[in-house]
Design a binder for this molecule. Structure first.
Ligand SMILES: Nc1ncnc2c1ncn2[C@@H]1O[C@H](COP(=O)(O)OP(=O)(O)OP(=O)(O)O)[C@@H](O)[C@H]1O
Ligand SMILES: [Mg+2]
Length: 273
C-alpha cells in the first residue's frame, strides 16, 4: 500500500466533562498531538481515558461552554457542542476497541471492506457489493498486517489477536488519518499484545497515521510510544517522554496497585535502567 502522510494531528483545548451529580470525568484537559506521533494514554481505571477518546470521536460532548477539540482541520466539538457534520469528520478517524468489534459471521475480507463504507454509495454498501479493485485494496491491507491467508474465513473463527489485526486493516482501507485505540491489547495474551502493538507502530511509521492508544500496561507505553500522557481523576498529570516516567509518577497514578501493572519481567526500578 502507498504511504499516506498524515496531515491530521489533534488539538484538545481545555475540555471538562461532568457526569450528573458533579462527578468530574475530565478536568481542563489540554494537549496537542502532532501529525505522525504515536502517543500512549495511561491512568488507573476510571481516570478518564475512554471518556477522552469518546470526546475526540464526537460520541460525547463536553460540558457546555468548555473548550474545543480539533482533528486536523475539522472542529469536532466546541463549547460543549458536537459539530453537525461529525459523521463526515469521522471518516478520518479509525477506532480500535478492546473487544475488536468485528461482525463474527462475516468473512475477514468483508469486515475489512466495511472500512470503506463512508466512501462507497449507500446502495452498494447495503448489498455488500464491492468492486474487484476495492476487494484487492482490502486484501492488500490484510497483507500489511500479515493475515491475508485468513481472508475468506469467518471473523469469529480468528483468535483475539488476529481479530484485532483485522480491525487495524479496516482502519487502513478506511484511510483513517488518526487511530484512536482504547485498550486494544487488554484482552490479549502477551505475545498477541506485542504483535498488535508492533503492527500499530508499523502503520504509524510506514503509513504516517497518527496513533493515540490507551494502555493499562505501562511497559507497552514505554516500549512502543515515544510520548505518554497520564490521566488521574480526569486531569493530565504527566505529558512527556515515556522514558522519563519515574516510579514516583507511577505510584501517583496507580497507588498501591502499581506492581500489578508490570508483568513480572520488569520492576519499578526499570526507569533507572
Ligand atoms: N456514561 C457515564 N455516566 C456516568 N459516569 C460515567 C460515564 N462514563 C464514564 N463515567 C465515569 O467517568 C469516569 C471516567 O471513566 P472512563 O471510562 O473514561 O475511565 P477509564 O480511564 O477508561 O477506565 P478503565 O481503565 O476502567 O477503562 C469514571 O468515574 C466513570 O465512572
Ligand atoms: Mg476505559
Amino acid at each position: 500500500m502507498t504511504k499516506q502522510t498524515s496531515d491530521t494531528g489533534l488539538v484538545i483545548e481545555n475540555i471538562t466533562k461532568s457526569f450528573g451529580r458533579g462527578a468530574i470525568a475530565l478536568k481542563n484537559t489540554d494537549f496537542q498531538v502532532v501529525p505522525g506521533e504515536m502517543v500512549a494514554l495511561i491512568g488507573a481505571s476510571g481516570s478518564g481515558k475512554s471518556t477522552l477518546l469518546r470526546h475526540v470521536s464526537g460520541f460525547l460532548a463536553a460540558d457546555v461552554g468548555s473548550g474545543a477539540i480539533r482533528v486536523g482541520s475539522n472542529m469536532v466539538q466546541k463549547n460543549g457542542q458536537v459539530h453537525r457534520q461529525i459523521r463526515r469528520m469521522r471518516s478520518d478517524i479509525g477506532f480500535i476497541f478492546q473487544q475488536f468489534n468485528l461482525v463474527g459471521r462475516m468473512s475477514v475480507l468483508t469486515n475489512v471492506l466495511t472500512g470503506m463504507l463512508p466512501r462507497v454509495p449507500l446502495w452498494r454498501s447495503l448489498f455488500g457489493l464491492f468492486t474487484p479493485q476495492e476487494k484487492q485494496e482490502a486484501y492488500e491491507a490484510l497483507k500489511v498486517i500479515g493475515i491475508e491467508a485468513l481472508a475468506y474465513q469467518r471473523a469469529s473463527t480468528l483468535s483475539g489477536g488476529q481479530q484485532q489485526r483485522v480491525a487495524i486493516a479496516r482502519c487502513l482501507v478506511q484511510k483513517a488519518k488518526i487511530i484512536l485505540a482504547d485498550e486494544p491489547i487488554a484482552s490479549l495474551d502477551p505475545e498477541s499484545a506485542r504483535t498488535v502493538m508492533d503492527i500499530l507502530a508499523k502503520i504509524n511509521r510506514d503509513h504516517g497515521i497518527t496513533v493515540l492508544v490507551s494502555l493499562h500496561q505501562v511497559q507497552f507505553a514505554r516500549r512502543y510510544c515515544p510520548r505518554t500522557i497520564a490521566l488521574r481523576m480526569g486531569e493530565v498529570i504527566y505529558d512527556g517522554p515515556s522514558a522519563d516516567l519515574t516510579p514516583q509518577h507511577l505510584r501517583t497514578l496507580y497507588g498501591a496497585s502499581v506492581e500489578e501493572l508490570l508483568d513480572g519481567t520488569e520492576t519499578l526500578e526499570f526507569v533507572s535502567a
